[in-house]
Design a protein around this ligand. Structure first.
Ligand SMILES: [Zn+2]
Length: 65
């Protein structure tokens, strides 16, 4: 699962309805990717996080976990 995919599913609420398998993939992605972990934790106050996060997703640091 790539960062973009993860974030899309998270922000669109799809993770809540996703099959266990997919939620597990999301969980592993969070474990492996500190950016998405921070993003998830700070979901409520996005602005500061989004700043660094946008770079993370746009640049080559995108993690496929
Ligand atoms: Zn990520």
């Amino acid at each position: 699962m790539k960062c973009k995919e993860y974030v899309f599913k998270l922000t669109s609420g799809q993770l809540d309805d996703a099959p266990v398998e997919e939620r597990l993939q999301a969980k592993f992605h969070r474990l492996a990717c500190k950016y998405c972990r921070a993003f998830t934790r700070n979901d409520a106050k996005l602005d500061a996080v989004l700043e660094g996060f946008r770079e993370h997703v746009v640049k080559k640091t995108d993690q496929d976990v």
